[in-house]
Design a protein around this ligand. Structure first.
Ligand SMILES: [Zn+2]
Length: 460
């Protein structure tokens, strides 16, 4: 097999950034060597560029129902978009159908993703349709390498579970060492607030924001963490958006709760002024939880810096404005919730985080790659440049520029949350197990290259 070297770049390894070359063989990083060392068959010149572990995005919804809509990226188009944007592993959400057992769900989603993905993949199994023995089935999935689950504390009458069920899922999490992704929002309260707004004639998309105040998130965060503490389970808080939530996370960590918390690209880079219009076009920002104030955004960056938040995901949930979001033209409650971002996460965070001096290059690598790999049993195969790890690499030009436009994206959706932004940084190449899958912003990988990655449980 061809031996490949990546030469001349600045490598961010676990010990930090260093001038080094990488030697790759059989899809693995064989060695990190002094510049110029090692004989190889082929070389990639990375002079002046950053050589980073490929992005790991643990929060995507591809080919999936979302309210009255259905996400528009298939696993084929969505993972191509991910690859073009510097991500080399996705952990997608598999949505449980009514009456479906978890093993049946796992089989269905495995078949759906197999042969489709441009990059390596796994999925979390959603627990939303309760049946006797469901928590025993969680153990069966963990044994099969599907070591994490998803529950919703919102969307009553659809996917929401109650506190007793949450207690049981987190008890099973303690038993099996599996992580549970929790959508923490108080669904009961939100439904009442939303109904009141509509009864007052407030039906435009902008009312998505006041329907879901930050405290409805913070209350659910607190409740979930207390229930986790009662059980010894492993909670993962998805899409933290509100400053009020962070204190609850800090206090739970102090009490020894093994919580890991995530925020998303859009909460760190946009603010609630996106809702300041009566236009229906505001529906592009109807994603959940809604984007909060500048103060919340600053607090979230603070949470990234101090470790309260350790992962930034995309929550890629692409729904078209035309034909999907417009179902809610007369009532914001009917707008399918979600926004795209798997293609933009890495570069938007580099530009807004590293280039703006909000975080170091090393912290950037942790939040987009290393920590998500650690939290979900992918490390050290993924998420790190180290001897023996998969050669999943992002080669990035820190001095390049990238313009964002829906017209030029791989994401199969009719808008982009960062339309018109000019980002600092440009993706030069993306490698998956030593194979170049993207070059100069173009997806160039072999079809169906991605493989299912069985994941370890967190406590095994
Ligand atoms: Zn989501």
């Amino acid at each position: 097999m061809t031996r490949l070297a990546i030469r001349g770049g600045t490598v961010v390894a676990e010990s930090g950034a260093l001038r080094a070359d990488l030697i790759i063989e059989d899809g693995l990083i064989e060695a990190i060597v002094e510049p110029g060392d090692g004989s190889v068959d082929e070389e990639i010149d990375s002079t002046g560029l950053l050589v980073l572990p490929g992005g790991v995005d643990v929060h995507t919804h591809m080919d999936s129902p979302s309210g009255k809509g259905h996400t528009t990226d298939t696993h084929l188009t969505g993972t191509r978009a991910a690859a073009a944007g510097g991500t080399t592993t996705v952990v997608d959400f598999a949505p449980q159908s009514a009456g479906e057992t978890l093993p049946a769900l796992a089989e269905r989603w495995s078949e759906k993703m197999a042969g489709e993905c441009a990059i390596d993949y796994s999925f979390h199994a959603t627990v939303s349709s309760w049946y006797d023995g469901i928590t025993d089935d969680m153990g069966r999935l963990v044994d099969a390498g599907i070591s994490s689950f998803k529950v919703y504390m919102a969307y009553k009458g659809a996917v929401m579970i109650d506190d007793g069920q949450l207690f049981q899922v987190l008890s099973a999490s303690a038993e099996f060492g599996s992580r549970v992704c929790i959508h923490a929002e108080n669904g009961d309260v939100i439904d009442v607030i939303a109904d009141r707004l509509v009864s007052e004639g407030k039906v435009a998309p902008r009312y998505h924001l006041p329907a879901r105040p930050g405290l409805t998130e913070a209350e659910a965060v607190h409740r979930a963490l207390v229930i986790a503490e009662l059980t010894g389970g492993y909670p993962y808080l998805v899409h933290m958006s509100a400053a009020e939530s962070l204190d609850h996370i800090r206090r739970a960590k102090e009490r020894g709760v093994p919580v890991v918390a995530e925020t998303c690209t859009h909460y760190l880079t946009l603010d609630q002024s996106v809702y300041d219009s009566d236009d229906f076009d505001v529906a592009r920002y109807v994603l959940t939880p809604p984007i909060k104030s500048q103060r919340d955004r600053d607090c979230l960056w603070g949470g990234i810096a101090d470790g309260t938040l350790s992962i930034v995901s995309s929550d890629h949930c692409p729904l078209c404005l035309v034909g999907q979001k417009d179902l809610g033209k007369g009532d914001f409650r009917d707008i399918p919730n979600g926004g795209p971002g798997v293609e933009n996460r890495v570069l938007v965070l580099f530009s807004e985080g590293v280039a703006q001096n909000r975080i170091t290059l090393e912290r950037f690598v942790e939040i987009v790659s290393t920590e998500p790999a650690r939290a979900f049993g992918l490390y050290p195969k993924k998420g790190v440049i180290a001897q023996g790890s998969d050669a999943d690499l992002l080669i990035l030009d820190p001095n390049g520029m990238t313009d964002i436009s829906a017209s030029a994206q791989y994401q199969n959706v009719d808008y982009n949350l960062w339309e018109g932004w000019e980002l600092k940084g440009k993706i030069n190449k993306v490698l998956s197990r030593g194979v170049v899958v993207a070059s100069d912003g173009e997806y160039v990988g072999p079809a169906g290259h991605g493989e299912f990655i069985p994941r370890k449980a967190v406590a095994r």
